[in-house]
Design a binder for this molecule. Structure first.
Ligand code: SF4
Ligand code: SF4
Length: 99
């Protein structure tokens, strides 16, 4: 059973979704936040003190521990900027994806 099938919403039979409902509403998109994000966090490794505040606040749990700093899984990071706002060391900068 896939991750999505464990939720009733995505079990079409269990959710009693009509067969003729618009497919957009019944198919799970494989798109990840990294495909549409407009900003991404960049950590200054010299400023990071590994306090884990960014890990605690990230709403999608994409903060990963590295040997001497914390970094981000950019496949699932949605670019919300909460980590940058909460970092007590001001070690995280949000930059536009295009750069
Ligand atoms: S909140 Fe800032 S200082 Fe703390 S681990 Fe994250 S990047 Fe490093
Ligand atoms: S920008 Fe948002 S989603 Fe990405 S690591 Fe920071 S808190 Fe998490």
């Amino acid at each position: 059973m896939s991750r999505h099938e464990s939720y009733p919403l995505f079990n079409l039979k269990q959710a009693n979704v009509p067969d003729d409902l618009c497919p957009v509403a019944t198919e799970v998109s494989p798109m990840l936040p990294g495909d549409w994000r407009s900003m991404r966090p960049v950590v200054d490794r010299d400023k990071c003190v590994k306090c884990a505040v960014c890990w605690l606040y990230c709403p999608v749990q994409c903060v990963e521990e590295k040997p001497a700093w914390f970094d981000f899984n950019l496949k699932t990071c949605k670019g919300c900027g909460i980590c940058a706002n909460e970092c007590p060391q001001r070690a995280i900068t949000m930059i536009p994806e295009a750069t």
